[in-house]
Design a protein around this ligand. Structure first.
Ligand code: BV8
Ligand code: ZN
Length: 255
């Protein structure tokens, strides 16, 4: 591990521009269940079955029950040392951009916890899949802060839009939905010009987010992967740290 740690440190020290691409694994040590991990995400449903427009059309109460359960869980979760180390790296070296697939808001909280004074903070992530903390109207796109207490007893008790009274939905990107074009282009642009892509806690299965690290590689950049398990990206990593992000990232960043 030390050889890999040294190699990873050297890559980061010599890099002019770094992108960090994170997935559910970086939040595992905060107590947020990963999507494909053994603890599963919720009852016996797979995210691909619940996090879809079809599931929401078919049973909005069930989908809202799942998101309320996740929001409740997140009330007891805080950024872990991995989120904080990444936020510090972004503040200390303005050469770092954080791109996340996660909707849990923990990178945003870490940016605040690290108390940076720049506005907008360089530690704020590009949230490719949106944020579970917000509701979005399913018709007119108005947004409002989301609650963890949702009355799912009937369609009428679910959150409705103050403006057009259509059903509200969590402000996340579901499977089968397009990502925000501006955010995606920003992510690819940053990845293209990065010397190093730090890929943390993702199974690299979800597209198009999984293409972001490959964009760095395609443009001559290097990959550092932090993940206790191998993924399809592992063979392309110049350094692989097979350890939980919460323990290894602060070692990597603060030598
Ligand atoms: C779209 C929000 C088109 C919702 C999420 C090409 C190839 C294959 C499939 C597709 C493709 N193109 C499109 C698809 C379909 C689909 C897709 O990718 N399916 C996959 C599953 C096969 N993609 C889409 O539908 C996307 N939309 O392409 O639209 C389009 C275009 C125009 C017009 C209309 C449509 C939308 C995808 C977004 C889905 N939304 N989240 C919600 O959260 O409720 S994705 C969801 O999965 C989460 O955001 C999560 O972050 C993400 C990815 O999962 P991971 O983060 O990687 O998490 P996972 O559990 O899998 O892995 C955790 C990893 O951490 C593991 O490797 C583990 O070893 C590691 N780990 C564990 N503990 C630790 C750790 N690592 C470090 N430290 C630890 N302690
Ligand atoms: Zn509306």
């Amino acid at each position: 591990m030390n050889v890999e740690l040294e190699a990873a440190r050297e890559l980061l020290d010599n890099a002019r521009r770094i992108v960090a691409v994170t997935g559910a694994g970086i939040s595992a040590e905060s107590g947020v269940p990963t999507f494909r991990g053994p603890e599963g995400v919720w009852k016996s449903y797979r995210p691909e079955e619940l996090a879809t427009p079809k599931a929401f059309g078919r049973s909005p109460q069930l989908v809202w029950e799942w998101y309320a359960w996740r929001r409740k869980l997140l009330e007891h979760c805080s950024p872990n040392p991995a989120h904080l180390a990444l936020a510090r790296l972004a503040y200390d070296h303005l050469k770092v951009a954080i791109i996340t697939q996660n909707v849990d808001g923990l990178h945003t909280r870490a940016a605040g916890d690290e108390g940076g004074y720049a506005d907008p903070s360089p530690a704020l992530p590009i949230e490719l899949h949106g944020s579970i903390a917000r509701d979005r109207c399913s018709a007119c796109d108005s947004r409002q802060p989301g609650s963890a207490t949702i009355d799912v007893t009937s369609l009428g008790t679910l959150p409705h839009c103050d403006r057009c009274s259509a059903l509200m939905r969590p402000d996340v990107v579901w499977f089968g939905e397009a990502l925000d074009r501006v955010l995606l282009d920003q992510a690819f642009h940053l990845a293209k010009s990065a010397d190093v892509c730090l890929v943390i806690g993702t199974s690299a299965l979800v597209h198009p987010a999984a293409l972001v690290p490959l964009t760095t590689l395609d443009n001559g950049g290097k990959l550092i992967e932090i993940n206790p398990h191998k993924t399809s990206l592992s063979p392309y990593a110049s350094a692989r740290l097979s350890a939980p992000a919460g323990t290894i990232l602060s070692k990597l960043i603060h030598s």
